[in-house]
Design a protein around this ligand. Structure first.
Ligand code: FAD
Length: 421
């Protein structure tokens, strides 16, 4: 039986560990936390996953919360505009406001719930769990005792094993300051009271507020997630350690920059003491193969090798895709050696889809060019454009057809307007 070591009990590590286990591999999982520590710890993400990624989980029977988690069927975009002329100091208005149909459902299951549950499932099914923060020296040892070592340790210190790929990493510094609050008591937007919707609120020159339903450790909840341009008015969470203060700051910024979202948030309270998160990181693509001091090679997975800013909500989706692609490649490879050539070819299969996510996520971090503003504006008048934009979150490769080049955007908008008469 082939022996595989998985380092990191996150989206990609657990999906791979459970997938390999179900095919009879002898899998050891190294996690720096127990299931209980994960469950009772701090939130890690907003983890909204779209139909394709959910399908990969379902294919392995890992959709354990599908019946309880809210089914998100729409994705809305609102763009803040200036206050009304007659009230220049008044609240900001919405210059753009629309909802696209996702054409399926998305779900967010708090990673504390999911990763704790999946870790327990792995051990219940006979998997070996080692609770330990793996160091490079441990990996050296493991490469000698295992057929393959998969490094699924997210944005942790082990990324230093994998060289930065400068060609695909345009940024040298974090492009957003992140601040997340999980809350109970959020109302619906009055214009769509019955729909479960992700709301992307863009505040030009300032940042973005994402609002989405989730399933957390205390049941259904909503997430308020600010992405602030560094040095700007939203970049104020760095020194806040008190969760109540974090929420109060989140709400005061909503009142100032997205008053239409604040209007439904006046009664919210944090889900729990671990329900806030603040931080920032630099989007980075890395060389997929890590060379250890002892000569062994390890393969980087998901965020280790392709970490995008969460502005497009893609990291967990990409981790699910990466795990599915790697699983298939491992199964196909049978009893042959997992050498560096195989590792590079396996990553290339993943990069084939990940490159679209990286290109789109990096583009969304920059100030939008005129044709993108016109596309987002047109979606408010042309429902098929809103739907296609929303469905791009499920299949970012489609943005190649209508998002990046002004000529393609114009042709698409002209064609869609003509079709609608
Ligand atoms: C604020 C925020 C919001 C986000 N929102 C979304 C969203 O809406 N949709 C979406 O798709 N993605 C989102 N993401 C991204 C998503 O959460 C990640 O991209 C995804 O979880 C990456 O999966 P992974 O398996 O690569 O790593 P992770 O899920 O980060 O798992 C890595 C695991 O490895 C463990 N680990 C680290 N080092 C070691 C070590 N040395 N030894 C042992 N274990 C170790 C960690 O503790 C962790 O459990 C968001 C991220 C953030 C920060």
């Amino acid at each position: 039986m082939r022996k595989i070591l998985v380092v990191g009990a996150g989206q990609s590590g657990l999906q791979l560990a459970l997938g390999l286990q179900s095919h009879g591999y002898e899998v050891t999982l190294v996690s720096n936390r127990t299931a209980d520590e994960i469950r009772t710890g701090r939130v890690m993400s907003t983890q909204c996953m779209f139909p394709r990624a959910l399908g990969h989980e379902r294919a392995l029977g890992l959709n354990l919360w599908e019946q309880q988690a809210p089914r998100i069927t729409g994705l809305g975009v609102s763009v803040a505009g200036p206050p009304p002329e007659e009230e220049p100091e008044g609240p900001l208005t919405r210059a753009v406001d629309w909802v696209g149909d996702l054409g399926g459902f998305a779900q967010s299951v708090d990673q504390r719930l999911k990763m704790a549950g999946w870790t327990e499932l792995f051990t219940e099914r006979g998997g070996q769990l080692v609770v330990h923060g793996a160091a490079v020296s441990d990996l050296d040892f493991f490469t000698r005792s295992h057929d393959l070592v998969l490094v699924c340790a997210g944005k942790g210190e082990l990324v230093s094993l994998f060289a930065r790929d400068a060609e695909h990493s345009p940024y040298r510094t974090p492009q957003r300051a992140l601040a997340v609050s999980y809350v109970h008591g959020l109302g619906h937007r009055p214009e769509l009271p019955d729909a479960e919707t992700v709301r992307c609120n863009l505040v030009p020159g300032v940042g973005e507020l994402f609002v989405m339903p989730t399933l957390t450790t205390s049941g259904r909840a909503d997430i308020l997630f600010w992405e602030g341009i560094p040095g700007g008015p939203l970049d104020v969470f760095g020194t806040v350690t008190d969760p109540a203060e974090h929420l109060a700051l989140t709400l005061s910024l909503m009142e100032r920059y997205t008053p239409w979202e604040y209007a439904r948030a006046t009664r919210v309270e944090l889900t729990d003491a671990g329900g806030t998160l603040a931080g920032r990181y630099t989007p980075t693509v890395r060389n997929p193969v890590g060379r250890l001091p002892g000569g062994g090679a390890v393969l980087g997975v998901a965020d280790v090798v392709v970490a995008n800013d969460p502005i497009t909500g893609q990291g967990a989706n990409s981790a699910a895709v990466c795990a599915a692609v790697y699983l298939e490649a491992i199964l196909e490879h049978g009893d042959r050696e997992f050498d560096e050539e195989w590792m590079r070819a396996t990553f290339a299969r993943y990069w084939d889809s990940a490159r679209h996510v990286t290109k789109w996520s990096n583009a969304m971090l920059a100030a939008p060019p005129p044709h993108v503003l016109s596309l987002i504006g047109a979606a408010g008048r042309l429902p098929p454009v809103a739907d296609r934009f929303a469905r791009g979150f499920n299949d970012p490769a489609d943005f190649e057809n209508f998002f990046f080049e002004p000529e393609k955007t114009e042709a698409y908008l002209t064609e869609t307007a003509a079709a609608l008469g």
